[in-house]
Design a protein around this ligand. Sequence first.
Ligand code: ZN
Ligand code: ZN
Length: 335
Amino acid sequence: MRAWRVGQPGPMSSGPLVADECPDPRPGPGEVLLRVRVCGVCRTDLHLAEGDLTPRRPGVIPGHEVVGEVLTCGARATRFSRGERVGVAWLGRTCGTCRFCLRGAENLCLSPVFTGWDRDGGYAELITVAENFAYRLPPRFSDEEAAPLLCAGIIGYRALCRADLPIGGRLGIYGFGGSAHLAAQIALFQGARVYVMTRSEEARALALELGATFAGGADEQPPDPLDSAILFAPAGGLVPVALRALDRGGTLAVAGIHLSDIPPLHYAAELFQERQLRSVTANTRADGEEFFRVAAEIPLRPTTVPYPFSAADKALLDLSEDRVTGAAVLRMDDP
Ligand SMILES: [Zn+2]
Ligand SMILES: [Zn+2]
């Protein structure tokens, strides 16, 4: 099969993503083999290619927002049948026995397996997935719409939950890419007022079009104090900026897997008055199932930017240079 692998991690201009011909994967026990139809492009793929995330396996195939159809089922895999549409997300497997798995916090599993980091992902014609970690996707979403929901959507939803937004509250969103534009739609649906701070002018326009109250520059102060905020931009320098924008008792959730260094915090202005700073780490399968129910009910309208499969490197380059408004996706039917 054709696939993209992470070669020598480095800036996108150095060509860290390599097109390759690889052996077809075979489904192990409890796994299914999928023909990939669409794979979303997530900022985590960029962090991996550029070396911000340490590779966990040399030459791994990235991609963890995979919409595919079942080709074959491995031994003891009975959940899906041939031809069914299935989604593959970031959480590829958990141990099921550590103290976190046992208490329902499998996102914190001590030995997790991540798609497109530990095991091969969806920048390829074929992929295998443990059936218990795959998702059935609401039929109202096309393949291209469903792909970004699998990470950008699920993580945005968990970040929104972690931000403890009160009913009818004011939510600040820092950075407005694939995940943020979905989380914003959920918050607006729930009756929140949304304030978006981002350096991209196109993203600000999209935010206002979706119903945001305010769209300003990356470190601009919103006009009202925020009850909650989510930092989607991987910029640690924005942590104190967002904390200062919070009202007393407000919560800031940091959504990304990678963040540049956070400058020293000013206790009185940025943390005192019971402001809270939290991270968001992966998601549980229950988060994913709950998110898909909410997404279909609203319904979410993902803004997607399609790329042919052969242009995966171009898609990541565009993402690194802020040229993608919404969520980039790779289409396998456009080789
Ligand atoms: Zn575990
Ligand atoms: Zn992701």
